[in-house]
Write a protein that binds this ligand. Structure first.
Ligand SMILES: *[C@@H]1O[C@H](CO)[C@@H](O)[C@H](O)[C@H]1NC(C)=O
Ligand SMILES: *[C@@H]1O[C@H](CO)[C@@H](O)[C@H](O)[C@H]1NC(C)=O
Length: 520
C-alpha cells in the first residue's frame, strides 16, 4: 500500500515538474523603428511565441489596440509622432547615391536610438528591473539596443527585415563575398560584370569602414550612457546567438548561411482571410481581371507629385482591366471609371484572389514576397533602399519587370503593363516561384519559432557560433598568409638571383683568368 502511495506521489511530482519545465519563457522583443513593415515581421513572430505560452513583451511604436494573451506592450508611439513631425516626403529623396544613403541611414538610426532610449517609458521599464530569458532585437544597425541582452544577461537573437547583407553577416561570421553577393543598396544581380564587381567591392569596404569607424563608436557612447557597466559594443556585436533573416531561395539568390543564420522569408504571410463583402464582389465580378496598385504601408501614393500621378491615371484609364489603387485620401481627382480607390486594403488577401492579374508595387520586400507567395506577376517602380535590388531579383526570376521611378513615363508604364499582362512567361514563372516558396518542411513562422525556442533550450546555443568569429579580420582574410607567401617568394627570388650572379661572376672571372693565361 505504502509503495503504491509513494509511486503515486512520484508520478505527481514528475507531472508537476514536467508542467513547470514546459512553462513559457519570458521574451523581450525590441522593434523600435517607425517603419510599419518592419514591425509586422517582428509582431508576427512575437504573437506566435505568445500563443505558444511564452510571456512576451514587445517594445515598439505600434501597441496593440485589442489585448493579446501573454503579449505586453511597451508603447513607443511617441516616436511615431516625432517621426511624423520630421517626415520627409520619400518622393523628394529619391536618387540619392547609395553611399550617401548608407550614411543617412546610420545617422537616422543613431539619432533615433538615443531619442528612444531617453524616453520616459523606456527609462521606467529599465528601472523596473524585470527578468527575461531571451531578447530579440531588430537588426537594422540598431546596435545600442543590444544593451538589453547584456542588462538581462540573456541570449541575443537578431531579426532582420531585409535579406542577407553585410550587416547581418558580419555579426555571426557568415561568409559573404562581394564577388557574387551584391550590396543591398545596389541594383546588381549575383552575376556581376567586372565594373559592377569593382564597385560592389568598394561599397563593401566603404560599409565596413562606416560601421567600424562611425556607427559602432557612436552606438558605444549611447550604450555606455544608458546601460552603465556594459562591455564595449563590439563584444555585444559579435555575441549574437541567432539571426533571423527575411529571405528565401524563392525570392533571393542562393547563398551560404552559417548554422545560426535562419531564412524566415514569408514569415508574415498568413492563410488568406475572407475579404470584406464589397471588395469580394468587386474582385469576383472583374471579368477582365484586376490590376492591384499599392506603394506599401510606408510610402503614401498621395505624396506623389501631380505629374507622376497623371501618368498613372492616364495609363490606367486606357486599360480594359479594373484597377484597385491603395490611395490614402478620400478623393482622387481625374479618376477614370475603371479605377477603384481605397485607403486601406488587406494586401495578401487581395493578392490571393484569382482575378488579380498584376501587382504594381514599389518593390518593398514584404510586398514582393507576398506576390511570389501568391504567384502574381509584378511591375515594380522602386523608390529607394533595397527596393531596386528586390525588383532586380524579380526580373532575374522572370516574374516581372521594374521601371525606375525617375524614368516613369506614360509610354513606358503602359508598355510594361501590356508586356507583363500578355506574355504568359511572367505568370508561369510567378506560379513556379510560388510553388518553390510553399515547398518547405515547415512554414517560415514555424521555423522562426523553432529556432528561438532552440536558442532558449541551449542557453544561446554557443555551439552554433562560427569559428570565424575567433579570428582577427586580417587572419580571416588570410592577409597574414598572403603577405608571408609573397615575402617568401620575393626572398627566394633574391637569393636565387644572388647565387646565380655569384656563379656567373666566378665563371666569368675564371674564364677571364684562363684567357689571360693563354695570352701570356
Ligand atoms: C535628433 O534629431 C532631431 C531633429 O534633427 C534633433 O532635434 C535632436 O536633438 C536629435 N537628437 C539627438 C539625441 O541627437
Ligand atoms: C554572450 O552571450 C551569452 C549567452 O548567449 C551570455 O551568457 C554572455 O554573457 C554574453 N557575453 C557578453 C559579453 O555579453
Amino acid at each position: 500500500m505504502q509503495k503504491k502511495i509513494m509511486k503515486l506521489v512520484l508520478i505527481c511530482v514528475a507531472i508537476i515538474y514536467f508542467l513547470n519545465s514546459s512553462d513559457g519563457a519570458r521574451i523581450l522583443g525590441i522593434f523600435p523603428l517607425t517603419t510599419y513593415s518592419h514591425f509586422i515581421l517582428g509582431h508576427t513572430l512575437m504573437k506566435e511565441l505568445a500563443s505558444r505560452g511564452h510571456e512576451v513583451t514587445v517594445m515598439s511604436p505600434y501597441p496593440q489596440k485589442t489585448p493579446i494573451e501573454n503579449y505586453k506592450d511597451i508603447d513607443l508611439s511617441e516616436m511615431l509622432r516625432k517621426h511624423e513631425e520630421n517626415r520627409k516626403n520619400v518622393f523628394d529623396i529619391i536618387n540619392v547615391p547609395p553611399a550617401v544613403s548608407i550614411l543617412f541611414l546610420h545617422h537616422w538610426i543613431i539619432n533615433g536610438t538615443s531619442e528612444c532610449l531617453k524616453m520616459d517609458v523606456v527609462q521606467d521599464f529599465l528601472k523596473s528591473d524585470q527578468k527575461f530569458d531571451l531578447v530579440i532585437v531588430e537588426e537594422f544597425v540598431l546596435y545600442a539596443f543590444m544593451g538589453f541582452c547584456h542588462k538581462y544577461n540573456t541570449p541575443c537573437v537578431t531579426f532582420s527585415a531585409t535579406g542577407l547583407s553585410l550587416l547581418t553577416s558580419n555579426q555571426v561570421g557568415n561568409p559573404i563575398s562581394p564577388s557574387y553577393v551584391p550590396n543591398i543598396a545596389l541594383p546588381y544581380l549575383s552575376h556581376m560584370n567586372f565594373f559592377q564587381r569593382l564597385f560592389n567591392s568598394l561599397m563593401y569596404v566603404f560599409c565596413e569602414l562606416v560601421t567600424h569607424l562611425y556607427a559602432l563608436p557612436q552606438h558605444n557612447k549611447i550604450l555606455q550612457e544608458y546601460f552603465p557597466g556594459a562591455p564595449h559594443i563590439t563584444e555585444l556585436y559579435y555575441n549574437v546567438s541567432l539571426t533571423l533573416i527575411n529571405s528565401h531561395v524563392s525570392t533571393h539568390h542562393p547563398v551560404p548561411l552559417v548554422p545560426n543564420m535562419i531564412d524566415v522569408g514569408g514569415l508574415h504571410i498568413k492563410p488568406p482571410k475572407k475579404l470584406p463583402k464589397d471588395l469580394q464582389e468587386y474582385l469576383d465580378n472583374a471579368k477582365e481581371g484586376v490590376i492591384f496598385f499599392s506603394m506599401g504601408s510606408n510610402v503614401r501614393s498621395m505624396d506623389m507629385p501631380v505629374e507622376k500621378r497623371e501618368i498613372f491615371l492616364k495609363t490606367f484609364g486606357q486599360l480594359k482591366q479594373k484597377v484597385l489603387w491603395k490611395w490614402e485620401d478620400e478623393k482622387l481627382s481625374g479618376k477614370p471609371s475603371n479605377v477603384k480607390i481605397s485607403k486601406w486594403l488587406p494586401q495578401t488577401d487581395v493578392l490571393a484572389h484569382p482575378n488579380i492579374k498584376l501587382f504594381i508595387t514599389h518593390g518593398g520586400l514584404l510586398s514582393t514576397t507576398e506576390a511570389v507567395y501568391h504567384g502574381v506577376p509584378i511591375v515594380g517602380i522602386p523608390l529607394y533602399g533595397d527596393q531596386v535590388m528586390n525588383l532586380a531579383n524579380a526580373e532575374n526570376n522572370g516574374i516581372g519587370r521594374g521601371l525606375p521611378y525617375s524614368e516613369l513615363t506614360e509610354d513606358k508604364l503602359s508598355d510594361l503593363i501590356q508586356e507583363v499582362l500578355t506574355n504568359p512567361k511572367y505568370a508561369d514563372n510567378a506560379k513556379r516561384r510560388s510553388s518553390i516558396m510553399r515547398d518547405q518542411p515547415m512554414t517560415a513562422l514555424e521555423r522562426g519559432v523553432f529556432w528561438v525556442e532552440y536558442a532558449l533550450r541551449h542557453k544561446g546555443a554557443p555551439h552554433l557560433r562560427s569559428a570565424a568569429l575567433n579570428l582577427a579580420w586580417y587572419q580571416y582574410l588570410l592577409l597574414d598568409v598572403i603577405v608571408f607567401v609573397i615575402a617568401a617568394l620575393f626572398m627566394t627570388f633574391l637569393t636565387l638571383r644572388f647565387v646565380i650572379r655569384k656563379c656567373m661572376g666566378s665563371k666569368k672571372k675564371s674564364s677571364k683568368v684562363s684567357e689571360d693565361k693563354k695570352r701570356n
